[in-house]
Design a protein around this ligand. Structure first.
Ligand code: FAD
Length: 412
């Protein structure tokens, strides 16, 4: 049996970040993942500015290594397409210069990005990583958690657990008692294509809120080597009530919609179409308890409007590590002590998640959405606001400033 102070279940973005932040604080951890890396994860592969911000806060050299990491595509903006096909292009930074500015976002296949993080784990002597090992049993004991594989051949005893094993976490369901609710959950599918025509010269990501797809949307995220991540997601409640087959809806749209038909006329699909769940942060939950904290998708932290979960997982991973350090220093792993983790997560991410929940509801009203997009194409402030939804880390500060609304009204 392995003994450790902190055991992290899952080496995806959330778990890896928690381990890296702990290592930076000089705290050892054991990280266990059922997969052997590099491994894929169904995703849009869009990485927002939050990713670089979080990694930079942990270790500037690591952030620099990510900047130099080859298999990613820098992205300089986003194109929104409204139900009435109004296009609105929003650069992440007004008047950006590709030579001198740093891109705020990028697109990187998860098989590469997650492996980058796992390589970072392997650099740190404070971290012991076990791959190819699924944790199936959790036993709360007097002096810690005993976690083990199904046959009991692998066991870890830890003072504290950080649970970051993704959207299908049985710990989240069975121990933390958080159940999947279709109104607060989305389903998504994605495939990789080659030679999609008409992508932006500066690799803007594209979000198409077309009427037949609402309340879902279709995305095209450009990747290196002429590839693109193409996918669609929709709130699970609508998928169920309308009996939507998302894979079929995606291929039907690409084949029959006149705009996509032309853009995909020379395109070649180079992967299977695969689906996965998005546990949305549109509702506040209890994210910690006696000797545990939930991180990332296991904590239901995906942005309900943008579908962004990686940046939020990284933020939560850092906050969990900081709270773990405080709990270890106080030798107190009680639910009351760890409740500070929930406060930290919702203080940082809560305002954005709430705003996104409202925007997600707006998508249900295509006329209003069209109207706002039309205004948006002419209104600098609104454009900026929508761009911030995706990439600006300190959006909530901006929204709290009255001057922001005055400038919005005056279109300054
Ligand atoms: C279709 C789709 C598109 C998306 N697009 C985007 C996007 O463009 N941008 C964005 O930011 N987010 C996107 N997301 C959300 C994003 O994929 C997740 O929010 C993100 O992966 C969360 O990271 P995580 O570390 O919490 O979980 P995961 O990335 O799921 O990692 C969990 C890890 O736990 C391991 N694990 C699972 N069970 C066990 C076990 N029992 N024992 C040990 N290990 C275990 C897994 O192998 C995995 O490595 C998308 C999601 C979907 C489904």
């Amino acid at each position: 049996m392995i003994e450790t102070k902190v055991c992290i279940i899952g080496a995806g973005p959330g778990g890896a970040t928690a381990a890296l932040q702990l290592a930076q604080l000089g705290i050892e951890s054991v990280v266990v993942d059922k997969a052997v890396f590099p491994r894929d994860k169904v995703c849009g592969d869009g990485l927002s500015g939050k990713v670089m911000t979080a990694l930079e806060a942990i270790d500037k050299e690591m952030a620099q290594r990510l900047r130099n990491y080859a298999p990613k595509q820098d992205s300089w903006g986003v194109t929104f397409v409204s139900p009435g096909r109004v296009n609105m292009e929003v650069a992440y930074k007004p008047n950006y210069n590709r030579q001198t500015d740093e891109p705020a976002g990028f697109v990187c296949k998860r098989i590469h990005f997650d492996n980058f993080l796992v390589d970072e784990l392997k650099r740190r002597p404070e971290i012991r990583l076990f791959e190819g090992t699924a944790i199936d049993k959790y036993e709360l004991q007097e002096d810690g958690y005993l976690v083990s594989s199904a046959d009991g051949s692998f066991q870890v005893k830890a003072l504290l657990l950080i649970v970051a094993n993704g959207a299908h976490s049985s710990f989240t369901k069975d121990v933390a008692n958080i159940r999947m609710e279709p109104a607060y959950y989305a389903a998504g599918v994605r495939a990789y294509y080659k030679n999609v025509k008409g992508t932006h010269a500066d690799s803007f990501i594209e979000l198409h809120f077309l009427k037949p797809l609402l309340p879902g949307y279709l995305w095209i995220f450009p990747l290196p080597n002429g590839e693109a991540n193409v996918g669609m997601d929709m709130i699970s409640e609508a998928v169920r009530s309308r009996k939507v087959n998302l894979k079929k809806l995606l291929t039907d749209t690409l084949e029959n919609d006149p705009v996509f038909k032309e853009r995909f006329s020379n395109a070649e699909i180079v992967s299977n179409i695969e689906g996965y769940g998005l546990p949305l942060g549109s509702k506040k939950r209890t994210l910690s308890g006696n000797r545990y904290m939930l991180v990332g998708d296991a904590a239901y932290l995906v942005d309900p409007f943008t579908g962004e979960g990686i940046g939020n997982a990284l933020y939560a991973g850092r906050i969990a590590a900081q709270q773990a350090a405080a709990a270890l220093a106080a030798n107190d792993f009680s639910a009351a002590k760890l409740a500070a983790y929930d406060e930290g997560v919702y203080r940082v991410l809560g305002p954005e998640l709430q705003l996104s929940h409202r925007l997600q509801k707006l998508v249900k009203y295509p006329r209003l959405f069209n109207f706002l997009m039309k205004i948006g194409t002419r209104n600098k402030q609104l454009k900026e606001l929508i761009s911030c939804m995706f990439y600006e880390v300190d959006l909530r500060k901006k929204l709290a400033r009255p001057s922001f609304y005055i400038r919005l009204l005056l279109n300054k």
